[in-house]
Design a protein around this ligand. Sequence first.
Ligand code: GDP
Length: 458
Amino acid sequence: NRTVAIVGRPNVGKSRLFNRLARKRISIVHDQPGITRDVISAEVEDGHYTLLDTGGLGYKGEDTPARLTAASEAQVDFAMATAALILFVVDGLSGVSALDEKIAAMLRRSRKKVRLVVNKADFDDEKIQLDDIYRLGLGEPLRVSAEHGRGEADLRDAILAELGPAPGDDSDEAEAERPLGVCFIGRPNVGKSSLSNRLLQSDRLIVSDVPGTTRDAIELPFQFKGRNGKLYPFRLIDTAGIKAATKLASPVEYFSRLRSLDAIKNTDVVFLVLDAMEGVTQQDKAIAGEAIKEKKPIVIVVNKWDLVHKEFRKGDGVRGYKTEREYREKYEAALFDRLFFTPGAPVVFVSAMSGYEVDRMLNAAVKLNRMLDAKLPTAKLNRTIERLADQNPPPAIGGKRFRVYYATQTGTRPFRIKLFCNREEKLTEQYRRYLEAGLVEEFGLNGCPMYFDLVGKE
Ligand code: GDP
């Protein structure tokens, strides 16, 4: 987490300080259904950290002293929940107030890093009541003038020092070294073992039919030469005993086997295998659900394409379709119709038997895997959610609409987005999917599922 939040009572100059550090002017966005910019964020120092101004949070109606206090507390709460570092701004001219003391007490109790910033320090130093400021118990204050820029360089340095070095930019190398974990899931006889064997180019996966064969997941390493000629290490995760189990067709056996596919948990990308000659079945749907539940990115692999090809070569068409291409398009449309896939999941049509398009299948996995490490810049994330809410406001439920105050990415593999909102229960499943699809599209993350962690603030 590299988020820095500015807090402080009204009129101490938080917005000015924000603008100075962000090197831009704030655009004020007014209250609108769905989403507002109660919290303003900016990427600072070339994206080294995200700066938040919480100063707009919690203002509703008249500014009575009680409301101002409540708003300030809401801002500090919010900052403590999101930020790695909090800049607490006090006014060097007007001195320490009761509200400042209250905020300081909240911050002292939190286990967050806090830097005290004395603003408006561009006047004679004697006028600044440092004793009171030290008494806030938050250490050495940094003196700045947000208006005139005094102390700015020191403040920038102090923030960077508090945050520590950014995680290394060696992700390319890390990617090259860490093998990409994949597994095949699908109903019996769709060709999972055949595809595995094709990848490993051996019969290593054929295991004995002896009952009691261990079902622990095993990992089989292999390498794949990508389109760019680069070698990508993979690990194929499989469950020993998988063959034995397919021979036992009772439902109990089948589902226990499905469960033994906790191989899914250890993979980066899941290959969901379907049979090209058969449509999508209820069983396919149940199996796909396992991967979706785990929020794993899925490559949809339609296997045995050679059989379809052969049928078309005979000239009679297949199931009323005249061309291979038409069949393929209809197959793909039906797929997305019948399965609730992550928006934009890639589909490949392959043949384990001939090896047709197996490379494309692996390339799709490499591409998905690379996306999984994407960092979603906070400002763009918030702008996108705002735009999505503008274009399609959330439905009002019991007179209240779902509203996002602020969104931030908290994890990758899978993507985790924390949504600070008014009430988490107001987010419908349909609207959640809409937000997910919108973000996936905006950030070009086709096929990568997202988790939303909701934090209600009302
Ligand atoms: P699994 O139960 O999903 O592991 O399926 P298998 O790999 O055991 O394959 C089931 C049957 O389908 C076997 O008879 C395979 O030879 C056949 N099969 C698998 N892939 C293909 C393919 O691409 N084309 C054709 N024609 N047959 C395939």
